[in-house]
Design a protein around this ligand. Structure first.
Ligand code: NAP
Length: 295
């Protein structure tokens, strides 16, 4: 293996420590701690783990955490009413509704009901539009974390060829917008892309956000490229517990790339770190304060 392993865990820890260090100054000015409300619907084990980690990270950063755990059977109107109440709650700066939601609830309606100023996931169309038009926005945490790692690794991204595989509203599209904002030349690939290996081969930067275990092979990668693997896929393992792999065949890719994120320990921890950062930023903006520096 020749590629540098990009340590998302260490980067995430440093962001979380910086957020925690900035909380007391906010409290001194605003007279309260920044607050994040999480909403978990149902008992999906993976979602429950994610939300628990988010609540723990919020408390560790010295911020107020408001956890709402709701039954799987909740009606859309009840959930919308909770979001409306959280919008009005002065203690709450960020609202995170964990996806996916059960079938009787329209996730789009829920997202559109969140106050864009409290939309720390950055999924509201107002924030997506602001990002696309280059205005200050709350930016989706996972692609924001990927951008942070890329800039830490490469510095200036201007003029570099980037290929983003995946066009979801959560990862692929905002990732592409962020890279355009950094003046990279961006291609967005998806399931209808013709000759994907050839498209990927021209990239200096590859961001894989597909959800297909080890789809991107080593011979798709230009020597010296930087690879960001967003995928989290559970595959069978000898011990029967299963193991996590990304969308990129790590060992093969690491032979060719200059730098690559591992799974786990790459992009994953960055998502929560950026959620903490977004919550602190949302708190400052809501309190009429300048964005905190050094984040
Ligand atoms: P998604 O909504 O399912 O989107 C997947 C994208 O991949 C779609 O745009 C799809 O294309 C494209 N795609 C599917 N098969 C393809 C193929 N054979 N060739 C090229 N493109 C293909 O998934 P997502 O929410 O963006 O998540 C992607 C992955 O990232 C998942 O593994 C997820 O678990 C992971 N993830 C990780 C984090 C984290 O914190 N690290 C956060 C979010 C997501 P079409 O649009 O044409 O269908």
């Amino acid at each position: 293996m020749s590629a540098r392993r990009i340590d998302g865990k260490a980067a995430a820890l440093s962001i979380r420590q910086r957020v925690a260090a900035l909380v007391p100054a906010f409290e001194a000015k605003a007279g309260r701690a920044p607050g994040l409300a999480t909403v978990l619907v149902g008992e999906d084990p993976a979602s429950a783990v994610y939300v628990r980690s988010k609540n723990r990270a919020t408390a560790e950063a010295g911020m107020a955490s408001f956890a709402h755990n709701l039954p799987e059977t909740i009606s859309e109107n009840e959930l919308l009413q909770l979001v409306i109440d959280l919008n009005a709650d002065e203690r709450v700066d960020g609202i995170l509704v964990q996806l996916p939601l059960p079938g009787q609830v329209d996730a789009t309606r829920v997202i559109e009901t969140i106050d864009p100023g409290k939309d720390v996931d950055g999924f509201h169309p107002v924030n997506a539009g602001r990002l696309a038009t280059g205005l200050p926005a709350l930016v989706p945490c996972t692609p924001f974390g990927c951008l942070y790692l890329l800039k830490a690794e490469l510095g200036d991204l201007s003029g570099r060829d980037a290929v983003v595989i995946g066009r979801s509203n959560i990862v692929g599209k905002p990732m592409a917008q962020l890279l355009i904002g950094e003046s990279a030349t961006v291609t967005i690939a998806h399931s209808r892309t013709r000759d994907l290996p050839q498209v990927v081969r021209r990239a200096d930067i590859i961001v894989a956000a597909v959800g297909r275990a080890e789809m991107v092979r080593g011979d798709w990668i230009k020597p010296g490229a930087t690879v960001i693997d967003v995928g989290i896929n559970r595959v069978p393992s000898d011990d029967g517990k299963g193991r996590l792999v990304g969308d990129v065949a790590f060992e093969e890719a690491a032979e060719v790339a200059a730098a690559i994120t591992p799974v786990p320990g790459g992009v994953g921890p960055m998502t929560i770190a950026m959620l903490m950062r977004n919550t602190l930023v949302a708190a400052h903006r809501r309190a009429g304060l300048k964005d905190p520096e050094g984040l």
